[in-house]
Design a protein. Structure first.
Length: 727
């Protein structure tokens, strides 16, 4: 355990006390959101991002320690464990190092070396490897010819001994480590068009053309290139190999293995070549490729996590009746009108996208829905027929203004995943009486009203913000994205009386069963009157209450603190604070905490914290919450772009300045929606007037950015944009 604690301290730059405290809390069953929010004194302010990294590394290091124990035990049972070997295993920092040391003792399949050993050729192999034999090796090898054992000639005896030595050389951990380091530092990854594709006469264009003749240093290859190469190889479009200076490696092995004995060195030299070509290089190449893949996967997952977090944390459009508009051609455009809370008020299908549709009827039907329900904003899906639907909506907006002078807007919303949700079991439970297509319109409308509450219902992989997501290990991706969703949901908090099971499931301490029980309790007993009442829910024990309570809001509660993120364990301190500052509890709800900052400054945070028996970080959070009960951190973020008119792709000209919304971020740049039904690409080199290491350092999903058009390729539907200042 001391090894793990020290590694975490060094790797993450933490204090010993921080490491020990976090491990202790995780082992007690505390969740990352709970630790990040309510145990700041013990972590000294570690946020959820560093805590997630801590948890991942802790899991890896514990698995590493378990593997070390298993390997040591296995070698010990074979009677081959030495103190030196045990120390080497215990000092290993990675699973690869442990496996290298274990390799000579690992049970293998029937290799050529094992077969030769069974034929009794091990003493001959040892004689050659030792370099101490001074006589004629051929004469010595003749002694091992034994037809009963399957050694029929001198050549077979020598070959068998060479096979044994080749495997012994390949099993040497020091050699493998050195060769692996050389490949990582000086080796290249090379790709070519596969032979099967070379013979293919249909020279079709593929996304892999840049890799038909590609060579890059392993240490310099970019993560997205790795995943593209892997996919091309999997699809049999590319052949891939790792290359290096073979002479340098052979020289290294010769210097380590050869004994300066003319009688045996020529046989050892052949064993070295055979070992490198047949055993070491293919194995180390696989390991290097695996490390590269891990690098690519980690990068793709990190980009996906950042994009997903930004998508989920987009500002909600609250307090408005919204018309969800799912555009379509043949089957028409599906409409769902939602009240301020997301409840369905009205539904319809209008034919508005095809040339032969009755556009005037569609416009009038939409006008009736807008006027009847006092719609304020239209949430338009960005999929098929979006452009044609925009023309109709622009006319509806124009007529609404002409008729009553009021403003009506529309917002283009990514509809990625809406069809996945509408056909899901969850959607059929929520809207059993509504058509599948209408459910898609509801999702599009609700993701404008509250992106977080709606998007958690959908598999993150269907949300269109990933990069090479299908080339990443599914379990690894799922675990990482689950962590992002959990952090986002707990950061915002949920209304206990309206939250769906899919939202509640992501709250700290609440699993799917407890979430279902909460909703059932609510349906049977009516709204929760307080946070404390949740203790009556089946399967929700003291530990679960501790973990979840602070993230649940109960606006209807008489207890003002129930509508804040102040944890019940801090209620006493919060109320005592109000008394010290001469406020009443009712002042929280009524927003009457005037001059609170001034009063606190007069007393001092340190003195107040000591008097209340809480840490200064906890006190700061309490003050922040009582000043603004029910605070939603997303409200401080920029709202989406509200539109009243449209622009066509053919209207774009180089030099035009436009406002756009970042829809996705990749390693090579950002895709920006500028309202022409085709996202433009701001390449990494065009994101800023300075060097940009990664696009996420400059932009994130949901950002509203000003861009300038560089180039428009109408045939290929490509738009090049820049965020650099015009010189």
């Amino acid at each position: 355990m001391e090894f793990i604690i020290e590694k975490l301290r060094q790797e993450l730059g933490l204090k010993l006390s921080q490491v020990k405290n976090v491990i202790e809390m995780l082992d007690e069953g505390c969740t990352v959101p709970f630790i990040a929010r309510y145990r700041k004194e013990r972590t000294e302010g570690m946020d959820d991002t560093i805590l997630r990294e801590f948890h991942e590394r802790l899991t890896y290091l514990r698995n590493l320690e378990d593997r070390k124990e298993a390997v040591i035990k296995n070698i010990e049972e074979q009677g081959k464990l030495t103190e030196e070997l045990k120390n080497q295993i215990n000092a290993s920092n990675t699973l690869t190092e442990v496996e290298d040391l274990y390799r000579p003792y690992k049970q293998k399949k029937r290799t050529r070396a094992i077969i030769a050993t069974e034929k009794g050729l091990k003493p001959l192999a040892d004689l050659i490897l030792s370099g101490e034999f001074k006589g004629d090796i051929n004469s010595e090898a003749m002694k091992y010819i034994d037809e009963e054992k399957g050694v029929n000639s001198l050549e077979e005896a020598i070959q068998g001994a060479s096979d044994i030595n080749a495997e012994a050389i390949s099993d040497e951990a020091e050699y493998r480590k050195w060769i692996r380091e050389v490949l990582n530092k000086e080796g290249f990854i090379e790709t070519k068009k596969s032979q099967s594709k070379e013979k293919d006469e249909n020279n079709e264009v593929t996304p892999y053309e840049m890799y038909y003749e590609y060579k890059e240093l392993i240490r310099r290859v970019l993560p997205h290139n790795i995943l593209a190469i892997n996919r091309g190889e999997k699809e049999k479009v590319l052949s891939v190999k790792i290359t290096s200076d073979e002479k340098k490696i052979l020289t290294y092995l010769n210097n380590r293995v050869l004994k300066n004995n003319s009688n045996t060195d020529k046989y050892l030299a052949e064993s070295i070549k055979d070992s490198l070509k047949r055993l070491i290089y293919p194995s180390v190449e696989r390991e290097v490729r695996a490390e590269l893949t891990e690098k690519g996967e980690n990068s793709a997952i990190n980009v996906f996590k950042a994009n997903l977090k930004s998508l989920l944390m987009q500002a909600p459009i609250k307090g408005n009746v919204v018309l969800g508009y799912d555009p379509g051609f043949r089957t028409g455009c599906k409409i769902a009108v939602l009240d301020e809370t997301g409840k369905v008020l009205d539904t319809a299908v209008v034919k508005a996208a095809l040339p032969n549709d009755n556009k005037e009827k569609a416009i009038n039907d939409l006008l009736n829905l807008v006027e009847k329900n006092n719609v304020k904003v239209i949430s338009l899906g960005n999929g098929t027929a979006c452009r044609e639907s925009e023309e109709v909506l622009a006319e509806v907006i124009k007529r609404v203004k002409e008729k009553g002078g009021r403003e009506l807007y529309y917002v283009i919303v990514s509809e990625a995943g809406a069809s996945v949700y509408s056909a899901s079991e969850l959607a059929s439970k929520e809207y059993p009486d509504l058509d599948v297509s209408i459910r898609g319109a509801i999702s599009i409308g609700r993701r404008l009203q509250d992106p977080l509450a709606e998007l958690v219902k959908i598999d993150p992989k269907a949300l269109g913000v990933g990069q090479y997501q299908h080339d990443v290990t599914p379990k690894k991706l799922e675990e990482s994205l689950d962590g992002v969703i959990e952090d986002c949901v707990n950061n915002v908090g949920v209304d206990l009386n309206t939250a769906t099971p899919s939202l509640l499931t992501h709250i700290s301490g609440i699993n799917a069963t407890i979430a279902k029980n909460i909703v059932e309790y609510r349906e049977e007993n009516g709204k929760f009157g307080s946070r404390a009442e949740i203790k009556k829910v089946k399967r929700l024990g003291a530990k679960a209450f501790e973990q979840c309570a602070g993230f649940l809001r109960v606006m209807e509660s008489k207890e003002a603190l129930d509508n804040t993120s102040v944890h019940p364990e801090s209620y006493k301190a919060a109320k005592e604070l109000l008394k010290i500052l001469n406020y009443k509890e009712s002042d929280i709800k009524e927003g009457k905490l005037v001059d609170i900052d001034l009063k606190i400054k007069e007393i001092g945070m340190k003195a107040l914290a000591e008097r209340l028996g809480v840490g200064e970080l906890t006190l700061a959070d309490i003050i922040k919450e009582i000043k603004k009960p029910g605070r939603d951190p997303r409200e401080e973020l920029p709202k989406p772009i509200f539109k009243t008119g449209i622009m066509e792709l053919n209207q774009l000209k180089p030099g035009m300045m436009l406002m756009g919304t970042v829809r996705n971020v990749a390693d090579f740049g950002a895709f920006v929606d500028i309202g022409v039904h085709q996202d433009g690409l701001v390449h990494k080199s065009q994101l800023a007037d300075r060097f940009v290491k990664h696009p996420l350092d400059v932009v994130k999903v949901g950002d509203i950015v000003e861009v300038r058009v560089l180039e428009v390729d109408e045939k290929r539907g490509r738009i090049s944009l820049t965020m650099k200042k015009e010189k």
